[in-house]
Every structure is written in C-alpha cells, then in structure tokens.
Design a protein around this ligand. Structure first.
Ligand SMILES: *Cc1c(COP(=O)(O)O)cnc(C)c1O
Length: 417
C-alpha cells in the first residue's frame, strides 16, 4: 500500500499516512468502534468519485454526468436493503451522527421530546447530549441501565416514558455489551405513541450477519455507521419503512447535507457486497466469540465486567473495584505504550469524569479482521491484565509490546500491497 502520488506532492502527509499504516499494522486496534476495511473499500473510497457532485438521488439529480454515481448509489442501496431486509435505505449520511440528525429533523419539531440512554451508561452524543445541537434543539430526558445488572432497565424505561411522554424513543448504544430487546422498547414507544429510532451504529455488521437480533421491521427507523462492525468505510445509513421514505430522504438532502460523498458511497457499496458473502457471517461470529474469550480471560484475571460479560463485540470493564488507583484514562495511556489501543470509558454509576473515567472499553472487530481467534484474544486479555496490574512498570510494558508485535506479525495486515 504505497502513497507515492501523495509523496510526490506532499512528503509530510505521506510520512503521516505511512506512520498510520505502520501503527495499524504493529499495534492492536481494540477501540470497539474501529475496524480495518479491505483494500477494495480503500480503493473505492480513494477513487475519482470524490470529484463528482450528485445532489439528489439516483435517477433524480441536480447535476449532469451522474450515470456512474447513480449506478454506485443504487448498488449500495440495493445491497443494504438485502443485507438488512429494509424497505427503504438512504446511504448518503456522512456519518452515523448525521443519520440520527436526519431522523430527528424529518420527524420532530424543535422542543419535541427525545428519550434516550444516558451517555455515561453507554448512550451516544447524537442521542441528545447538551454538547450536540440535538440536545439544545429538543427536550431530552435520559434513561439508564440497571445499576446492579448493567442491563437496560426496561421496566424503568417504561415508567419513565409514561411520565415524560416522549415523541421519540432512542435505542442502540455505544458501550453496551448485551443484546437489545427491540420489541420491548417498541412496546414502550407504542404505549406512549412515540416513534422508535434504533441506532445500530456499533452492531451494524453483527445485525447484517444475523449474529445479533435485528430491529429492522420492528423500530420505525434504524440508523447506523458503516465503518464499525460492518467494514464498509466511514459513513452513515438510515433505514425505514416506505411511509417515511420521502421525509427521511428530504431530511438527509437538502435538510442536513449538500452533495453526497460519492466516493464513500462507493465504499459502502463494496463493503456491503463483502458483507453479503458467507465469509462475513463467519467473521461476525468470530468477532463475538473473540469478545467472549477476551471477557472471560479478563474476568479470570480479576476484572469486573459491566453486566458480567458480553453478547456482542465489546466488553466494558469497571476498574473501580479491582484497580481503585488506576483510572480508565491511566489504563488507556499505559496500554497504548504497550501497543494495545483502546479507550477509557465511563461506566454506569460513573464517579469520575468523562475525561478520566472509571472504565475501559475493548472491542474485537479489528483484531478479528486481521485473523485473531479465541486463543489470541485470551492472550490479549492476559497482556491487558499485565499492563493494568503495573501501569508504571516500563519493563512490563516493553515485554508486552514485544508480545503484541509477535501477535501482529502472525496476523499481518494489508500485507500483499
Ligand atoms: C458511533 C456511533 C454513532 C455515530 O458515530 P459517527 O462517528 O457519527 O459515525 C451513532 N450512534 C452510536 C450509538 C454510536 O456508537
């Protein structure tokens, strides 16, 4: 994977690109929202479609010369519809956040009410956090996970909805390791005549592969990112029933965006084609098996897992009991020095701050892409434990870094090009 054309013009950026490639190759990417796309997706995203204006939708554009743009976008739409069983698909959102904003803009008036999971309990900024404009434009109340079990408190959600009377209930999360009872949340929304937005950003690939329950056909709107467990490159997607199709399309463009990023739409088309292959199901199954192996190892090493384990691609570790003197931020820094890249994360009942929280979140989507199996992930769990047990011990970090490099060498990334 060379960057010769960039180097000819701009050695500084070429150096940074090569540094990033080497960083991805030689360290463990365990940020649960990250993955490694295929060379095919990289090429599609780095294509001449970045030159093309295609405001509008296939067959109905505001610009000429859109025949290939139309072809690519229609392929992305048709493949997503097949993957998820969705009636209507919009593949133009630039990100998962913009996909959510399109749904709010399509269906809500300023001042309308959103009921969503608290950020520190695993929710997302785009679900109405005050730092996002959504939190300022609409009236937001947040629900929580059960403090004891770490599972969504469905009964509490039902009571809260009855009191708050939301216009939309948001489900789907950023740091939630368990399967989600979409039907139960749909019932909660139905009881108060609210809409239901299921945001599957993290689990899009697991849902597509059928290894996680799907909200499609249950929730009114399903949104997602296309670069997380589904390896289709950076971007977003909205799915809905035909009855909302025109409103959603108008809210994406011209409501919230201008010209679509057609090179990214091409990446989505290629990534969805890959996800339609039988091997993708194996990938998704292995991702979950790896997360379970990682979680079991960490539990054996004395760590406390929120909810006690995982049903999906991530584990959330609460460090407060096992390592009261080590914050999630401390752990993140020490692990990165040892070649293991993940993030400090808030945990339910957070007692520190979002900047230096009490937990860490670790995911297996990227490791699984580069070929890691359960044994490798058990090994990774042991390495994580060694570092967090002695976060200031330079010798330990150096030893772990060597073991990380050996694991990476045994599971090479982007090696043939
Ligand atoms: C990642 C994520 C998003 C979208 O993130 P983008 O970076 O905007 O693509 C939306 N919702 C949830 C729950 C997420 O985890």
């Amino acid at each position: 994977m060379d960057h010769d054309h960039v180097r000819d013009v701009d050695p500084a950026v070429a150096d940074a690109l090569e540094g990033e490639l080497e960083r991805q190759r030689s360290t463990l990417q365990m940020i649960a929202s990250e993955n490694h796309v295929s060379r095919a997706v990289v090429d599609a995203q780095g294509s001449v479609l970045t030159n093309k204006y295609a405001e509008g939708y296939p067959g109905s554009r505001y610009y000429g010369g859109c025949e290939y743009a139309d072809e690519v976008e229609q392929l992305a739409i048709d493949r997503a519809a097949e993957l998820f069983g969705a009636e209507h698909v919009n593949v133009q959102p630039h990100s998962g956040t913009q996909a959510n904003q399109a749904v709010y803009f399509a269906m809500l008036e300023p001042g309308d009410r959103i009921l969503s999971l608290d950020l520190t309990h695993g929710g997302h900024l785009s679900h109405g956090h005050p730092a996002n404009f959504v939190g300022q434009l609409y009236e937001v109340e947040q629900y929580e996970v059960d403090a004891e079990t770490g599972y969504i408190d469905y009964d509490g959600l039902e009571e809260q909805a009855a009191e708050f009377d939301p216009d939309i209930v948001v489900s789907g999360y950023s740091a939630y390791p368990r399967d989600i009872d979409w039907e139960r949340i749909q019932d909660v929304a139905d009881d108060v005549d609210a809409l239901h937005l299921a945001d599957i950003a993290h689990i899009t690939g697991l849902v597509a592969a059928g290894v996680h329950s799907s909200p499609v056909g249950i929730a009114d709107f399903v949104t997602g990112s296309t670069h997380k467990t589904i390896r289709a490159g950076r971007g977003g997607i909205v799915m809905c029933d035909e009855e909302y199709a025109d409103d959603v399309d108008a809210a994406v463009f011209p409501g919230g965006q201008g010209g679509p990023l057609m090179h990214n739409v091409a990446g989505k088309a290629v990534g969805f084609e890959e996800a339609l292959q039988p091997e993708f199901e194996e990938y998704a199954e292995q991702t979950v098996a790896n997360a379970k192996a990682l979680g079991e190892t960490l539990a054996d090493e004395g760590f406390s897992l929120v909810s006690g384990g995982t049903d999906n691609h991530l584990v959330l570790v609460d460090l407060r009991e096992s390592h009261p003197d080590t914050s999630g931020g401390d752990a993140e820094v020490a692990l990165e020095e040892a070649g293991i890249v993940l993030n400090g994360n808030t945990v339910p009942g957070e007692t520190r701050s979002a900047f230096d929280p009490s937990g860490i979140r670790a995911g297996t989507p990227a490791l699984t892409t580069r070929g890691f199996d359960e044994d490798d992930c058990r090994k990774v769990g042991e390495l994580i434990a060694r570092v967090i047990d002695a976060p200031d011990d330079e010798a330990v970090k150096a030893e772990v870094r060597e073991e990380v490099e050996a694991l990476c060498a045994a599971n090479p990334l982007y090696e043939d090009d």
